[in-house]
Design a binder for this molecule. Sequence first.
Ligand code: ADP
Ligand code: MG
Ligand code: MG
Length: 890
Amino acid sequence: MAQPQLVHNFEAGSMADKDLLGGKGANLAEMTRLGIPVPPGFTITTQACRAYLDSGSVPPALFEEVETHLAALEERMGRRLGDGEDPLLVSVRSGAKFSMPGMMETVLNIGLNDVSVEGLAAQTGNARFAWDSYRRLVQMYGKTVLDLEGHRFEDALDEAKAAKGVSVDLGLDADDLRALVARFKAIVEEDSGAPFPQDPRAQLHGAIVAVFDSWNSPRAILYRRRENIPTDLGTAVNVQAMAFGNRGADSGSGVAFTRDPSTGAVGVYGDYLADAQGEDVVAGIRNTLSLADLEGLDKKSFDELLGIMARLEAHYRDVCDIEFTIERGKLWMLQTRVGKRTAEAAFRIAVDLIDEGVITEEEALQRVTGDQLAQLMFPHFDPESTRSLIAKGMSASPGAAVGVAVFDSDAAVRLAEAGTPVILVRRETNPDDLHGMVAAAGVLTSRGGKTSHAAVVARGMGRTCVCGAESLEIDLKARQFTTADGTIVREGDTLSIDGATGEVFSGEVAVRPSLVVRYSEGTVSVEEGGPLVAAVDRLMRVADRLRRMKVRANADTGEDAARARRFGAEGIGLCRTEHMFLGPRREIVERLILAETDDEKQAVFDELLPLQRADFVEIFDAMDGLPVTVRLLDPPLHEFLPDFTDLSVKVAVAEATGQDHTEESRLLAAVHRLHESNPMLGLRGVRLGLSLPGLFEMQARAILEAAAIVNERGGHARPEIMVPLVGSIAELRAIRVEIDDAAHEARVKHSVHMEHLVGTMIELPRAALTAGRIAEAADFFSFGTNDLTQMTWGFSRDDVESSFFSRYLEDGILTSSPFENIDRDGVGRLVSIGTEEGRRTKPELKVGVCGEHGGDPASVHFFEERGLDYVSCSPFRVPVARLEAGRAMV
Ligand code: ADP
Ligand code: MG
Ligand code: MG
């Protein structure tokens, strides 16, 4: 194994060395290289940290190397660490490759002890400053290195202030602080069993090891898991000469951004606190000044700071955030990095930087994300407004909705029609709740995960939805729910739900409007949303120019299709037909199920045909000129029948009261007959089509006749008929014959030109594995990644997210839900195999994906990598998918 590189001077690195030096160290090195005033120092590498974490002991040569670098630092500063007369003091700062704000440790003022504190006081002629620095050291060292309870020190500080009758630290003088140090040292000794270390080397080594250890602190582990940061990188440690912001009124510390990180507005932005050190600025111990006020206090430092910020922004070609300290009129830069920003600021800054000639359009596209666009496209709660949180569920469909609670769909419709916005509250929803969901401003459920019925349907409609708020006890009969703390919310009470965070609030929270993205004639335009409009519009155009993949929408009705088109859909990737069998048509389906002879069945098909045909005419009209993939009936038939228990009760009651119940009894028998223990693995999809001859044929006929009708009128319908749940080519072949026959007849009947494709969903692992064969009978594939994920993992998508997933995510067994982000290694591999083998058989095979993953940014990038032709997602995600499909090309 190569000898690890242990220590680097700031002079020896650059911003390219983040792996080795961590973000903070690499950027300190970069600023040093640029000649910006940075207190000198050196970085202990992440390799040293990893060696320590792997072996459990400090690499043998590390402290020797630290000694060499320290000697050079002492030489340069003309002071020795912890010297009794004129001490050099240093900070020991953590800094990993990816910034983990507040997750790890930093210790300031290392080198102070009972002797050197007097030396510092004498040298600087400022005893208050010296003792203030010492008390900070003991406090930070106790807390972070010795792992003592921080509040012990904070309490002692508060007591000292109370005893003196002052409210801020500055009210304590040198003597008070000297007494406080004595108290702090006593706390250290009481709580750790050993006195505060007086040896500066022991302090330094202890702090270095504490920073190493902080990599594995529980909160750091949790943070990494949440942010998907690899667990084995380790942190670097920066040892740096102190610059003192706590030397009096002509000193201070601040943080700043080169542009406003919340709006993106041009112009520096920041906070400054005089006579303060380190984290005082952000800790809120005193009211800070704005950066602009610094100009009045210290014009020279202010001007220099602005000059440096301009240089940094030009150098990093992006917004930077910085930390600085002024020591008696001398400015020092302590940190910089590319600044975090809000969604709004991200778009604005990206476009401003293009206009300023700093970055290209392609780079600008990399500075924004689909998630940020999604945030802007949905209304959100005003962050300033007051709110009272009563529950938290899953963020199922974004947006901010306010309305009165109602507990059934009919009531939701009634109230909504009377002009009252409502939140539909259900344990879970089912297809019968559709009208209620349409009418509601938002949907709240106590059960089910992000792929539950409520979540999927709400996303499809762009309705705000929070699902799986398990702490809510919903009592549908009493029309109320009880929260975890016993608060009762009744029908008619106002609720606010945040679909982006999963939060549920009682009462009304103020809503901020959203951006509206519209396409017409293939060009994007963004309406509403204030100054952001131009920025989003511009970057969407860039994405559209670069994009290779097409983006379609999942839409089931003419209305959905029209909306999808306005959002920029380039076709329909999934038109589900099951809802066409609900509502008043449910009764027809019941008759189909009860039909005993072929003639009876055919009669029902004949009745359904014109209804279905009318459905499709509407959709083809809305999608004129664009491809429409229609999936033949997929769910098991029993889903269209009444509930078994309800029906049994009915029959029993009828029997007891001597009423006629022949019809109900027949239905009950059918429900019984169709019952399956694993319906998702049962009689559905192509299996249903083959078991109930005529059903798929009728659907195919309806689709193709509708297409012919549209074409006859001069339109251009492009039907693509999709067979669900195919596992073998034999299934597809058998159905394809029926479809092609129907097409032939439709052509003859209408004598009009009409193209049609027949393809299949790839949603069973076997279909992916035998894709080379299946492609022989298919014109296209569409990966149904919801089912494919369910079938590959063996996870029930209806249950899993509200059962053991949270556990899996907490324990790090899963880093994200495979139903949200495509599982590249498993499900993704099947997508790759299916695509490659399918195209090997048929190079012109069209391959797309429908399913929730089609609108997920990370998944879109994966599909681009695999060369898919299109993704399909819910209409509201179309702009997001377009943006990401463009970003995936850069
Ligand atoms: P974090 O990563 O949590 O921001 P830092 O290492 O940046 O931690 O340090 C915490 C605080 O201490 C910051 O405000 C920083 O500016 C300050 N600080 C760190 N090193 C020095 C130093 N050498 N001189 C003065 N202040 C310092
Ligand atoms: Mg910092
Ligand atoms: Mg499916």
